[in-house]
Design a protein around this ligand. Structure first.
Ligand SMILES: O=C(O)[C@H](O)[C@@H](O)[C@H](O)[C@H](O)COP(=O)(O)O
Length: 221
């Protein structure tokens, strides 16, 4: 981990906290949509320690693996361990899974949960994989076309390159935010982002669906 990644995470936490503060000055509740993966951990830890009226903040995920919340690779677990601690413990976390065996069975319950939240979100923070995916909009997802085009909030996703079934907020739902942020580290991801910016085939590099949001980019080497 580079020191600058830690600094970036702290700056990002300050920016997100400020956005929540601004929105909470004139809304009863505010919504923060975060991503999983390894990149956000220092950001979560920095944000967790910032004083805010967290009891008026809802936190949900851009996407989730269809696994038990106790599983190593559960994004909910990541958020509970690193964000919902300290001051942020008072936030209300809304998970994207149910006890159903498959995301296809749970998708409508998750959709109604998501739709009850305060939209537009204050901030949607996206990550990006080396294949240009964001949330669970993978280039090889069978449901990519659906997730990019549907008005539904949530889509169950099967992706040959990924070991688990997943559930993702749709592109339309992820677009419903006052601010969009892309948080990424490393030269390899910067190169993927540069390629994404130089073209327009969203199915090849799904991050392209968010480049015109506008998207604030938080990058460290
Ligand atoms: O993993 C997830 O839960 C998210 O679906 C995914 O979109 C993530 O943001 C990117 O894959 C980046 O992941 P890293 O931060 O681990 O590189």
């Amino acid at each position: 981990m580079y020191a600058s990644r830690e600094r970036l995470a702290r700056q990002l936490a300050e920016a997100v906290a400020e956005a929540l503060r601004i929105d909470l000055a004139y809304q009863e509740r505010a919504l923060l949509v975060v991503s999983g993966g390894s990149t956000p951990v220092p950001f979560f830890q920095a944000l967790a320690n910032i004083e805010l009226p967290w009891e008026r903040v809802d936190v949900t995920l851009a996407d989730e693996r269809w696994v038990d919340e106790a599983a190593e690779d559960s994004n909910a677990r990541l958020v509970r361990e690193h964000l919902l601690t300290g001051a942020a413990e008072a936030a209300n976390f809304v998970s994207l899974t149910t006890a159903d065996a498959t995301p296809e069975q749970g998708v409508s319950v998750v959709a109604s949960r998501v739709e009850r939240l305060t939209w537009p979100a204050s901030v949607v923070i996206l990550g990006m994989g080396g294949d240009g995916h964001t949330a669970s909009l993978f280039p090889d997802s069978r449901e990519l076309g659906l997730a990019l085009s549907t008005d539904d909030s949530v889509v169950a996703v099967r992706t040959p390159s990924q070991p688990q079934a997943r559930i993702t907020l749709s592109a339309a739902r992820l677009h419903q935010a006052r601010r969009h942020i892309l948080h990424l580290n490393g030269e390899d991801k910067r190169a993927v982002l540069a390629t994404a910016m130089a073209g327009d085939d969203v199915r090849k590099l799904p991050i392209r669906a968010f480049l015109a949001c506008p998207l604030a980019i938080y990058w460290a080497p």
